[in-house]
Design a protein around this ligand. Structure first.
Ligand code: NAD
Length: 261
């Protein structure tokens, strides 16, 4: 295998950690960020495709490692971040993307489901960012991109828990941006509409099951078509790159006008 020495690319010289990097938009971002010159650490569940994806990226001549973690678990996040830094150097781009979903009428949801979704979608960003920031600051700065959603500002029936977690992600990105601006850290959020990923397809199936119209024509009326994972990855790439050098604390909607109405 020949290692490519890349001199051009929008992330040359950066080390990117992508949570939820083994599937969907995270996978797309792992491949795109590597292609743009970043060393890439994929953090995802142990049974995910993370190891195979890291190997595939290395075979293409780039640097990539997989570190397994449930991102809601403090100890596992600490180990994964340490392993990534040991292999690739200090993290200068963090894409907080991992997340999950619960779709149920609100009165049927349980406290355990609330706690679990808050842990996977919100506590994960807190744990990951807290573990990565000291090294990022010591390295002179960096960029954080958090995956929020249209659901942070536009509610869907059956998604009270999910919408609430994404509202928290939305504000987390802003609050980090303000507190760490003077340490040369930028933090932004990408806010996708419905995406054609395992998460998005499960969401459509579950919403249909409780009688919410997410038919092709309903989706077409709201956002034209389903979003592709690479379209979210490319928005995250822009925010992670130096092209976004004066952009921090913002929410970039990747929704083809869903929230513009
Ligand atoms: P996906 O399901 O294809 O990917 C999610 C990845 O996160 C998977 O690889 C999964 O293994 C990983 N993951 C899940 N729970 C984890 C955990 N506890 N620890 C470590 N890794 C974990 O879906 P996707 O659509 O690319 O990503 C989901 C993210 O995108 C979530 O943050 C979700 O809120 C957000 N989002 C999705 C949509 C959509 O329609 N798909 C829309 C807006 C926002």
């Amino acid at each position: 295998m020949v290692m490519k020495t890349q001199t051009t690319g929008r992330l040359v010289g950066k080390t990117a950690l992508i949570s939820g990097g083994a599937g969907g938009c995270g996978r797309s971002a792992a491949e795109l960020f590597a292609h743009e010159g970043a060393r890439v650490a994929i953090v995802d569940l142990p049974h995910s495709d993370g190891e195979a994806l890291a190997a595939k990226i290395r075979e293409a001549g780039y640097e990539a490692v997989f570190a397994a973690a449930d991102v809601s678990n403090e100890e596992e996040v600490g180990h994964a971040v340490n392993a990534a830094v040991e292999a690739l150097g200090p993290i200068t781009v963090l894409f907080n993307h991992a997340g999950s979903l619960i779709v149920k009428p609100f009165l049927e949801t349980t406290a355990a489901e609330w706690d679990r979704l808050m842990a996977v979608n919100v506590r994960s960003m807190f744990l990951m960012t807290r573990a990565v920031l000291p090294g990022m600051i010591a390295a002179g700065g960096g960029a954080i991109v958090c995956t929020s959603s249209i659901s942070a500002v536009a509610a869907t029936p059956g998604e009270v828990l999910y919408d609430t977690t994404k509202g928290a992600c939305h504000m987390f990105a802003r609050a980090i941006a303000v507190e760490y601006r003077d340490r040369n850290i930028r933090c932004n959020a990408v806010c996708p509409g419905f995406i054609k990923t395992a998460h998005g397809e499960r969401e459509l199936e579950l919403l249909t099951g409780i009688g919410v119209d997410v038919s092709e024509s309903a989706i077409a009326a709201q956002q034209g078509r389903m979003c592709r994972p690479d379209e979210v990855a490319r928005a995250a790439l822009f925010l992670a790159s130096d092209e976004a050098s004066f952009i921090s604390g913002t929410h970039l909607f990747v929704d083809n006008g869903f929230t513009a109405i």
